[in-house]
Design a protein around this ligand. Structure first.
Ligand SMILES: Cc1ncc(COP(=O)(O)O)c(C=O)c1O
Length: 936
């Protein structure tokens, strides 16, 4: 960690290090400049060496600095002049002031930073008007200007734009000039402060930067986005390319020919405004500010702030609203002091006064949701204030009717299992591949999903398969190839609906690397594909090749294209905004991208009414709004940093001579079997791995690993996951995510800093030293006990039990090759005591029943933490493997299991009794029935 990257090595992490590596390069320059300064009084040869080193460090960083407004051409020139003139002290001072300004971001508000440390140059006085002391904070950003003008003219252009600044502007920006297509792409990649791009028509293609690192970024990006280098319209191509890279950017186009033509061109849809170059630039300036204001505006939060300042008298519920019961209290005043007045002023149980209603939004909540939809690339967004546990149940209730089949990863979050119970849908569990050694599951192979669909087809039940539910990414970081899963499933069932549970993955939208593997990113790619005549042609060729009735084997072995004329691309996503963005706990969103949404809209509202509290927390709604604002304005930079920090942890742990003896962060090769990594990708930090290969793997491989989810193996240090988690919390104030038998899950997010990472590494070093000491002091007996413990944790691991099947009582056709079942009947069957029995886990009766029957059938969900997935669901037949797993479990928290009573089972008498009438709605009638019900 912390060394400046060399231009000759193009490792994967360099893409994400952009911001941090920049600081490192400046720190590196400062270090050598100080050495040079110190050497001034020594021999001249040493001075020369240090001057040369300073000059080299400056050259190294110089090429990158063209893409940032600060420190800018003049300060860089001043620095270069000082180095070449042999002014060591002046160099060190200036390098110091620039790097401090960069690190603290003070240049965004402090005029003096732009002037260098000792210049009082009046020429800069107009640069940041109103940014001095006492002025109201104006967020600062940068505007990338891609202009074919001579670079000598850029200064004039910049000056012209600065002259347009007015005291009433809410934001302040500095332009950054680039002269061609490639540099503009690099600028958008490297500079996270860029919020808007102005493109002049007539820019050339080729970059003026020849660094291998920069070049590799470009090549990989251009290849990933099929950029046609022979195009004549680079300006338009650039607009499109930038939108793919960072969809949140506002793009302005300055045309010198016929702007009206471009305005009517569908390819120009990604451009916010088109101007005729020769016209007044004030409009451009105002448009730039307006674009930022649009993203900055948080309709609900803004209104809530206004509301809180009004002298409102409440004759309503919620005594804490306005805070009088708290601030006047003799006994609970500390609550007010702790939370502050605003929290209570911003509380209300009313939906009047412009506060809008979450259940039936028509005002600012509606506006806030629409902005979120734009930001996430969805058609509609619903804010949810009870977590994704509720969002999932809402979507499932809305889309599924009794008897519908829901294909679902058994290892998914419990809300989906409950969602199936609520909807009365029959879950058809598809199994993820096991990672037995770490007592966890991976993700569900596409082949397994296709096979389940084909089996349903064979059984004549495909029309009932309505929804596929998958977790992306999984708790442990497995990311699906979302595009391929949807494309191939739609090839088998063109109207299958998808629910991607992206509880952990909401942030991924703001990484160009991850976006294509999110529900909305993949849906956008597929939407474009299905409209593309080339795709239609390819589909026709596939039809010819496969014939009218391809065998199941052929279908399973073929990477299928879907029929673009038949598909209905219906995609839903849920995300725990609170898990990965700046949102209060329980803030969650449902994203909808569904051309047939109108057919389910009524039931969607019903589902919202069913699950949403009628007293939603206003602060959660406001924070959902604000989280969206943040991600649209700085998500790109923040997410890159979170990824970078995770790569730092991986590298430091796995290469530290002491820590790596006891701990290891699992790489992609250990989390994803080779058969799902066709590109040959091994891991992000494997020697020889470069950015282009990582991008290729992300495009092609069946599964990828989310870098930010770090499985740290601690069994090799003699700790089980829970023990290690508790120790870190109790002794080192470090909190982490979930645990497994021999690992813990760490996670970086947009909140982490390099100091957090340093603290973690320091703690791991201390723990490793402690282990070493104990072993050395304790001698062979301690060593043996340690080895034995490690073996138990790492080698003697229980097999993970697969889903068995539902009891025949809950299957429509027990001889069906598909295993879906009526879980709701089983679930409610357990509500009558006389229909249940309890058997102690370690009793002989259990073994006898396993051997001779009647079968053991679970009455409820049994979910041990860890691993956190149900090893039994209501109505499931329990086999010996599941019992063995339960018996070996050494965790204390097992939901649905009371050791004193034993396993709760549905008793054989009930299981033999006659089945109740099915309440399933025959397929095809669902929408009609619901519509009638709604009309009633
Ligand atoms: C995959 C998945 N989905 C949904 C949830 C539920 O989210 P929330 O905690 O926001 O209710 C979780 C929680 O851990 C989860 O891991």
């Amino acid at each position: 960690m912390g060394t400046a990257p060399k231009a000759s090595t193009t490792k994967v992490d360099q893409f994400f290090t952009v911001a941090e590596a920049r600081f490192d390069r400046w720190r590196q320059l400062l270090q050598v400049a100080r050495k040079w300064e110190g050497a001034s009084s020594w021999q001249s040869s040493e001075k020369e060496t240090q001057q040369a080193a300073t000059s080299a460090a400056f050259q190294e960083l110089r090429q990158w600095e063209d893409f940032f407004a600060y420190p800018g051409e003049q300060l860089l020139k001043a620095l270069g002049d000082r180095i070449s003139s042999g002014d060591a002290t002046g160099t060190a001072h200036l390098a110091q002031s620039i790097s401090t300004a960069l690190l603290t971001h003070s240049y965004r508000t402090n005029l003096a930073d732009w002037e260098g440390e000792e210049q009082a140059a009046p020429k800069f006085a107009d640069r940041l008007p109103g940014a001095g002391e006492g002025a109201q904070h104006r967020p600062y950003f940068e505007v990338l200007v891609a202009s074919p003008a001579q670079s000598a003219k850029w200064m004039d252009l910049a000056q012209e734009l600065r002259k347009l600044r007015r005291p009433q502007d809410k934001f302040i920006y500095e332009p950054v000039f680039v002269g061609n297509f490639e540099d503009a792409i690099l600028g958008a990649i490297l500079n996270g402060s860029v919020e808007a791009v102005v493109i002049y028509e007539g820019i050339p293609f080729g970059s003026s930067h020849y660094s291998p690192v920069l070049h590799e970024f470009l090549t990989a990006h251009l290849a990933a986005n099929n950029v046609d280098k022979n195009s004549e319209q680079y300006a338009l191509l650039l607009a499109q390319g930038l939108k793919q890279l960072r969809p949140e950017l506002d793009i302005y186009f300055l045309s010198d020919r016929e702007p009206e033509k471009l305005a009517g061109d569908v390819r120009g849809a990604c451009i916010r405004r088109i101007f005729y170059q020769v016209e007044e630039p004030l409009d451009l300036h105002l448009s730039i500010l307006d674009g930022i204001a649009d993203r900055y505006s948080t309709p609900y939060f803004d209104n809530l702030q206004k509301y809180s300042q009004r002298p409102i008298g409440t004759f309503h519920a919620l005594p804490v609203a306005r805070g009088k019961s708290i601030f006047k209290s003799n006994w609970i005043r500390d609550m007010g002091q702790f939370y502050g007045l605003n929290l209570f002023l911003a509380e209300s149980s009313a939906t009047t006064g412009g506060l809008d209603s979450l259940l039936e939004p028509t005002g600012n909540i509606k506006d806030a949701q629409q902005k979120a939809a734009r930001a996430f690339g969805a058609d509609h967004v619903f804010f949810v204030t009870n977590g994704t546990s509720t969002s999932n149940k809402m979507v499932e209730q809305a889309l599924l009717a009794p008897g519908d089949i829901m294909l679902v990863d058994r290892n998914c979050h419990k809300s989906h299992h409950y969602g199936a119970v609520i909807a009365g849908a029959f879950p058809l569990y598809v199994e993820a591949y096991p990672l037995t050694q770490y007592s966890m599951y991976g993700a569900v192979p596409l082949r397994t999903i296709k096979k389940a669909l084909l089996d349903l087809k064979e059984e004549g039940k495909l029309d009932r398969a309505r929804l596929l539910v998958l977790t992306n990414c999984t708790f442990d970081g497995h990311i699906y190839n979302v595009e391929r899963v949807m494309e191939e499933c739609l090839a088998i069932k063109p109207d299958l609906i998808f629910l991607w549970d992206e509880a952990w993955f909401g942030f991924a939208r703001w990484s160009p690397f991850y976006r294509r593997r999110t529900a909305m990113g993949a849906a956008a790619l597929l939407e474009a594909k299905f409209k593309d005549p080339v795709y239609r042609q390819a589909y026709k060729e596939q039809e010819k090749r496969l014939g009218a009735n391809p065998s199941n084997k052929t279908i399973l072995d073929t990477g299928l294209l879907a029929d673009p004329d038949k598909v209905r691309l219906r995609v839903y996503q849920t995300n725990s905004t609170h898990k990965s963005m700046s949102c209060l706990r329980q803030g969650s969103m449902v994203l909808v991208k569904d051309p047939d949404y109108h057919t389910v809209e009524e039931q969607f509202h019903e589902a919202v009414f069913t699950h949403a509290s009628t007293s939603p927390n206003l602060q959660i709604i406001a924070s959902l709004d604000v989280a969206r604002r943040q991600m649209e304005l700085e998500g790109y930079e923040l997410v890159n940093r979170a990824i970078q920090l995770a790569l730092d942890v991986r590298r430091e742990v796995n290469s530290h001579p002491l820590v790596s003896k006891y701990f290891r962060v699992l790489g992609a090769d250990e989390m994803i079997p080779a058969e799902f990594r066709n590109s040959g990708f091994v891991d992000y930090l494997t020697p020889g791995m470069n950015w282009a290969k990582a991008v290729k793997a992300f495009r092609e491989d069946e599964f990828a690993l989310d870098v930010t989810r770090l499985t740290l193996v601690c069994g090799s240090a003699g700790f089980d996951g829970t023990q290690f988690k508790n120790m870190l919390a109790a002794d080192y104030d470090i909190q982490l995510n979930k645990t497994s038998r021999n690992s813990v899950l760490l996670q970086t997010n947009i909140n982490n800093t390099r100091s957090d990472i340093a603290q973690l590494i320091k703690v791991l070093v201390e723990i490793s030293q402690d282990i070493e000491k104990k072993i050395v002091v304790g001698g062979s007996s301690v060593r043996e006990a340690f080895d034995k413990r490690v073996k138990t944790l790492m080698t003697d691991v229980p097999n993970l039990p697969n889903f068995t099947s539902f009891s025949d009582r809950f299957r429509e056709n027990p001889s069906s090759i598909t295993s879906e079942g009526d879980m709701r009947s089983a679930f409610f069957g357990a509500y009558r005591e006389k229909q249940c029995e309890h058997l102690k886990l370690f009793s002989e009766e259990i073994d006898k029943r396993l051997k001779d029957g009647p079968p053991l059938v679970s009455a409820n969900f049994v979910i041990p933490y860890p691993p956190g997935f149900p090893i039994m669901v209501p109505g499931q037949i329990i086999d010996s493997e599941t019992i063995e797993f339960m018996r070996k479990l050494d965790v204390k928290e097992i939901h649905g299991y009371n050791a004193a009573l034993g396993l709760k089972l549905l008793n054989p008498t009930f299981l033999k009794s006659a089945k109740p009438q099915s309440d399933r709605i025959p397929s095809g009638e669902k929408t009609a029935k619901r519509k009638t019900a709604a009309a009633d």
